[in-house]
Design a protein around this ligand. Structure first.
Ligand code: FE2
Ligand code: FE2
Length: 176
């Protein structure tokens, strides 16, 4: 039965598994950003709340893009469990620190996946992953810039208010 099922797809079991793991990672990232948005909202950081809500929507889009690929290829896409999402954060700065760490972890995960695709000579999936690898340049850039605002502006006085206002204005220019 297992072999019969495999005839329906050129995805190996290993590649299908790592794609599903990535689907879960994107779903977790989406939920985490939504949680960060709620924390910002509760603490008076309106602009950051809007920024994280947008990030959350983007991560869901990433999840659906991977989901569609697995389905389109005849594989079994698994709707992931999302549990134990952090609710409280220490400070606005710690929220942005965690956001950057999350993006770096996602980049590393896609790198590992690309590596596995090459090792198993799955160039179809390897090509599909290029969009995500490129997307991570922007994702990391924006998260890093947001965190740098804490150094550039400083948190004293109305600093946090200014940082919050600046967050949605961060833009990545793809000029190369
Ligand atoms: Fe993502
Ligand atoms: Fe992201």
């Amino acid at each position: 039965m297992k072999d019969l099922l495999r005839l329906r797809t050129s995805l190996t079991e290993e590649i299908e598994r790592v794609l599903n793991e990535q689907i879960k990672m994107e779903a977790d990232a989406s939920a985490m950003y939504l949680s960060m948005s709620a924390w910002c909202d509760r603490n008076g950081f309106d602009f950051s709340a809007g920024y994280f809500k947008e990030q959350s929507d983007e991560e869901r889009e990433h999840m659906l893009r991977l989901f569609k690929y697995v389905s389109d290829m005849g594989g079994r896409a698994v709707s992931p469990d999302v549990t134990n999402i952090q609710i409280e954060f220490e400070s606005l700065r710690s929220v942005f620190e965690q956001a950057l760490q999350q993006e770096i972890a996602v980049t590393q995960s896609f790198n590992r996946m690309a590596d596995r695709c090459q090792k198993s000579k799955d160039y179809v999936t390897f090509t599909f992953l290029q969009w995500f690898l490129k997307e991570q340049i922007e994702e990391e850039y924006v998260a890093r810039r947001a965190l740098e605002l804490f150094e550039v502006i400083g948190e004293e006085g109305t600093g946090l208010y200014e940082i919050d206002k600046r967050v949605p204005k961060i833009k990545y220019e793809d000029t190369y």
